[in-house]
Design a protein around this ligand. Sequence first.
Ligand code: SF4
Length: 436
Amino acid sequence: MRKPELLAPAGDLTRMKYAFAYGADAVYAGQPAFSLRARENGFKNLDDLAEGIAYAHRLGKKFYLTSNVIPRNVKVEAFQKALLSAVELKPDALIVADPGFVGWLRETCPDVEIHLSVQANTTNYLAAKFWQNLGVARIILSRELRLSEILEIKERCPDLELEVFVHGAVCMSMSGRCMLSNWVTRRDANQGACDNSCRMPYRLYANPEPQCENYQEHEGSFSLQRTDRPELDPIALDEDTWGTYFMSSRDLCAMDVIPDLMMAGLDSFKIEGRTKSVYYLSQVVHAYRMAIDACAAQAAAGKPLEIPEECRHAISFVDGRGFMPGFLRGPLPQNYESTHEDAPGGCVAAQVLSYDASLKACRVNVKNSFSLDDRLELLTPSGQIPCELASMKNFKGEDADRLHPGTEGWVFLSEDVKGLPENATFCFFVRQNFKK
Ligand code: SF4
């Protein structure tokens, strides 16, 4: 069995380096104005892109340039100019959504590989063939497809590369083609400025001009009901301390579908989340790297494909809105249950900044408070390993039983931790959600 590519998001150069360290085969990134990630995007200019592309190629990995904005007339020339400059940096492919730009690129830059963005919403084999005939090398399939539909597209288009999303946030809309953010916050999702309006908490006010300080929790349970269709299930508006998430989907986690996708010969498994933290990115890439490698090894040994428990264990250490297999397995309504869950396994405690091997001491940037009593593991690019702490010092250099978020400190390991890479590069301490 050919291993699929593991494709990770790169919100900036640092995230890109962590993604590669944890096993990504390729990353995707793009310029703020043209890649549907206008905010929190570290690839501000051509120099950043050039550095990222060169770094990827030095490692023998790939860098795809996300250029999937849906441009209006006024943006066309600037977008063309930006693409021509970016193409000179030799990214491995351009990810494009707009049909006009696919055609223009085919004429202007015939050697450039084009991947069709998920924003183009390819949902069937005829559409896939249409794009293939226009010179598109890879289709990033719509996230709303079921597994059986994906398998049929692969069967009918065997020589077309297919990429599927396997992990991350999903949209309430058809993969981003939505006006909700424009409506709620005047920020245009199709120009990269989505405010994630569907995922945010909302409060129910009796007063038409609510003031937060006057907010009073409503009593009882509320729900929305279509007045013209009383037979439809009502949508619950239950609140937690933050509000109600009545439009927020749970996050996609296709871990259990990986064997089927690999058996079908899908070409690329994509992780969503260019704005996620380096820890989240590292842990998720690590989990899927293990899953792909394990399934490939099982296939080579003639064994049935099974996801090792350690892959699910790794995923249980990242935050999310609760996980579901998206549209891959189940009917639509279960994907949009209002939910907001904490990571059941644990959370990141600290990012390792440097390591003094003679003292067995890690200088750390604390992300969530932790104490000497906590059960900790060390996440390294080669695995998550248990570790015992001998002592800690806070940012003032004083002995401490607990370190607090937003500070730096020192963590002294009680013994040599097997598997700790030299200099502890790219490592994190993770805290399990239960005590020793
Ligand atoms: S508001 Fe929600 S559904 Fe609309 S584009 Fe943004 S994330 Fe997607």
